[in-house]
Design a protein around this ligand. Structure first.
Ligand code: CP3
Length: 361
């Protein structure tokens, strides 16, 4: 059974203000939870992603513990790369590491196409997760072509993305062939999750903020737009997220998203001023604040919700992923706080009562 359209998350993603603000966290299914560490013990990250019962269990853990309004599928942006037959692992504490980086026209041409049949463990894991989640929606996801390509080109996590940006600039035809390949793999990954019952999807372009808007629009956006367009007819809302993207918010929306994820560097009211009053936003609690005393967390969350009131609809989230050292109890408390704030659009006491209109009589 998939989640009903009346769930707070799905209503907000369609531009509505439900009575309760929906909240979930990027990287909620992961290292901050002791039950995650226990479940994962002895299993490599990508093997865990491809073991359906384990992936489903980890997907459900944060819903049970925190009462978040959505589960996010436990997987990784490089899972479709692995399923296509490319040698990649996730090194603990580091991230995706390729056996051989992909940098030349020949290496790109040799990338094997992902056979949709290989996605069976993904469909199975999604099916098991939604059976347990009942009315709570499951968010499926994929990596956007730029961010996944950056791992293929660099071979491992890199701050500067120098080789990626050099390829983009110096060899456009290889670049476009590479992004086309990733776009097809990410599309198949998303389609499998939606067909198996995911109620919404998020396209992660975590590192795209490294590009200028002109480079984004020319060299990247058509490929992200192709992924978002391919799942458009499947009837689930699409969230598009990146970090360092204050200058790219409109482009992320124009690529074909129903809602835009905002990082912690851009206040939500400013993001709304940029995006216009019709685009639902998601975000953008500063992950670093989670380690502060509760009074600081409380004030910051209220500020985020107040600024989010400028949007037609708001899905509360962090501006990026949960840091691994986060105290899980802070996340549970934060969910309760968000849920105590109603639809998020009422005037809050700190703002004072609404100013009465002047009477002329
Ligand atoms: O959000 C969730 O809880 C669902 C699962 C999820 C993971 N990765 C699990 C994971 C999701 C949505 C992702 C997406 C992902 N993966 C992104 C985009 C989101 C983002 O945070 O920017 C990126 C860039 C990756 C690539 C990746 N995978 C990196 C950079 C790392 C290492 C950093 C780290 O946190 O360890 C991973 C590993 C990874 N992916 C872990 C998890 C739970 C940690 C694995 C472990 O337990 O050792």
């Amino acid at each position: 059974m998939s989640a009903p359209d009346t769930s707070p998350l799905l209503r907000a993603l369609r531009g509505d203000r439900p009575d309760r603000l929906p909240v979930w966290f990027m990287r909620q299914a992961g290292r901050s939870l002791p039950e995650y560490r226990a479940a994962r013990r002895g299993t490599a990250m990508l093997d865990a992603c491809l073991t359906p019962a384990l992936a489903a269990e980890i997907t459900c853990q944060p819903v049970r513990r925190h009462g978040v309004d959505a589960a996010v599928f436990f997987s990784d942006i490089v899972v479709p790369v692995r399923l296509a037959g490319v040698g990649v692992q996730i090194a603990p504490g580091v991230g995706p590491v390729l056996e051989r980086p992909v940098r030349t026209a020949r290496e790109v041409a040799a990338l094997p196409e992902l056979d949709p049949a290989a996605l069976e463990p993904i469909r199975e894991a999604v099916g098991l997760a939604i059976a347990e989640l009942g009315p709570t929606p499951l968010i499926g996801f994929a990596g956007a072509p730029f961010t996944v390509a950056s791992y293929l080109v660099e071979g491992r996590p890199s701050r500067e993305l120098a080789l990626t940006r050099a390829l983009l600039r110096e060899d456009p035809s290889t670049w476009h062939a590479l992004l086309g390949w990733v776009a097809r793999a990410s599309t198949a990954f998303l389609q499998a999750q939606i067909e198996a019952g995911a109620s919404a999807v998020q396209l992660f372009d975590s590192w795209v903020g490294a590009l200028s808007e002109a480079d984004y629009r020319e060299a990247v956006m058509p490929h992200s737009a192709a992924v978002l367009a391919a799942v458009r007819g499947l009837g689930v809302p699409r969230i598009h997220f990146g970090t360092g993207t204050a200058h790219l918010l409109c482009a992320l929306h124009e690529a074909g998203a129903d809602a835009v994820g905002v990082d912690a560097q851009t206040p939500l009211d400013e993001a709304v001023a940029t995006l216009g009053s019709r685009v639902p936003v998601q975000g953008n609690i500063d992950p670093q604040v989670l380690g502060a005393p509760w009074a600081v967390v409380d004030e910051h969350v209220r500020d985020v919700v107040r600024r989010g009131a400028a949007a037609p609809a708001h899905v509360v989230n962090l501006g990026h992923g949960v840091p691994p050292d986060t105290d899980p109890d802070v996340l549970t408390r934060l969910v309760a706080l968000v849920h105590s704030l109603g639809s998020g659009s009422e005037p809050s006491p700190e703002r004072g009562p609404p100013v009465a209109a002047e009477t002329t009589s």
